[in-house]
Design a protein around this ligand. Structure first.
Ligand SMILES: Nc1ncnc2c1ncn2[C@@H]1O[C@H](COP(=O)(O)OP(=O)(O)OP(=O)(O)O)[C@@H](O)[C@H]1O
Ligand SMILES: [Mg+2]
Length: 365
């Protein structure tokens, strides 16, 4: 797929106000439309934007005032358990499902009433591809190329390009129904790339794949990221997405619980680091000593780590300080002064999984 065949970016609305620097420019006579100052970058509309997006099925609220924003080039990991509302969100953004309320905007235009525009901007990969008996891989892709009204002369070349990109060229004459799950997922991706849309909605592209096929899909997604696509990708599993998404959001029962850039989320969780303090002997006394210090917010007796039997007589306390920048050295001083023996003190090292556990359990506001 050639990057230069991407559709032109949506132009910034003409009503964008010039930045303050332009207003303060000397009042020499200028043309009717003054040139923006050097270095000024016109704001681009979000690639995907939803506000209070809601979907009800009878009494069931599948989506509950969902707000989502993806800038062009973002790769947003949309994580949630079964029934959370991931597919519902994607179907609405693809124009396949009417919302019950709220806004859904793609590349600057509302989805409702702009079906043709939205279909060209979006490549939607559903969680299930469907059954295509007696159709070869190349015929399948050519069918979609014609459905997107690609000029006849261009179709074969485009199909070859997406087959190469998705590593399926050697399967061009295989029947679609004979492909393995991993190949089917790659074919499904090839299909959504046929019309070279800038925005991809990928509903669990890695589900049901073995570890090798997962890695292949991940590499392919990274390639699409490099091509500048904006990608909304869903999964049940954070570790599947954490590595290459720049933004993450967790959805549960139709509500977005947390979302932000990976750095923002890590920073929010880091603002409340937990320090593991292992003490020997009277743990209750150690808890009392630490709780009495005004710098200490919380002290909990940490459960034993599964699979690693604690040394006899050693208990681990999970300590949280009010000030995240406060060094933990004073904890040792307090304990030693009170006659408590210390086995070790370890500030928590946060992995992305830990960050999300803490954010979703409401441990961090
Ligand atoms: N056509 C429908 N009629 C009634 N309820 C529906 C319909 N489609 C989805 N739902 C309900 O809406 C909720 C959200 O479903 P959705 O498919 O969006 O979840 P999901 O996050 O994609 O889950 P999964 O991980 O299982 O794919 C679920 O409770 C589901 O049962
Ligand atoms: Mg789903």
């Amino acid at each position: 797929m050639q990057p230069e065949t991407l559709p032109p970016p949506v132009e910034a609305p003409p009503t964008v106000a010039p930045p303050p620097a332009a207003a303060a420019a000397p009042s020499v006579a200028t043309a009717a439309t003054p040139a923006p100052p050097i270095g000024y970058v016109a704001p681009r509309p979000a690639a995907i934007y939803t506000k209070d997006l809601t979907k009800r099925y009878g009494g069931l609220v599948a989506l509950d005032h969902l707000c989502l924003e993806l800038d062009p080039g973002d790769v947003f990991g949309f994580i949630g358990p079964n029934g959370a509302g991931k597919s519902t969100t994607m179907k609405i953004l693809a124009g396949l499902l009417e919302p019950s309320g709220g806004e859904a905007v793609v590349m600057g235009k509302p989805v409702g009433g702009n079906g043709d525009f939205v279909r060209r901007q979006i490549g939607y990969m559903p969680d299930f591809i469907g059954v295509y008996e007696d159709l070869k891989v190349s015929e399948y892709l050519e069918f979609f190329a014609s459905a997107y009204a690609l000029p006849r002369k261009q179709r074969k070349a485009t199909v070859e390009q997406v087959l190469e990109l998705t590593d399926l060229a050697y399967k061009r004459d295989a029947l679609v129904d004979s492909l393995s799950r991993g190949m089917t997922q790659r074919l499904s991706l090839a299909r959504v790339l046929i019309h070279d849309p800038p925005v991809l909605l990928l509903d669990e592209p890695a589900s049901g794949l073995d570890p090798r096929a997962r890695i292949e899909i991940r590499e392919l997604l990274k390639e699409l990221q490099r091509l500048g696509k904006t990608i909304l990708i869903s999964s049940h599993i954070l570790s599947e997405l954490g590595e290459f998404c720049n933004k993450l959001g967790i959805i549960e029962r139709g509500k977005m619980i947390v979302q932000g850039t990976v750095e923002e989320l890590v920073a929010r969780a880091r603002a409340h680091p937990v320090i593991a303090v292992a003490v020997v002997g009277d743990a209750a006394r150690a808890v009392g000593v630490l709780k009495a210090d005004p710098r200490v917010d919380k002290v909990d007796l940490a459960p034993p780590v599964p699979g690693s039997p604690a040394a006899p007589g050693v208990a681990t306390l999970a300590v949280t300080l009010y000030d995240p920048d406060q060094h933990h050295g004073f904890l040792a001083e307090r304990l030693v002064a009170a006659g408590v023996s210390i086995d070790g003190i370890h500030p928590e090292k946060l992995r992305l999984e830990d960050v999300f556990l803490r954010l979703t359990k409401g441990l961090v506001q």
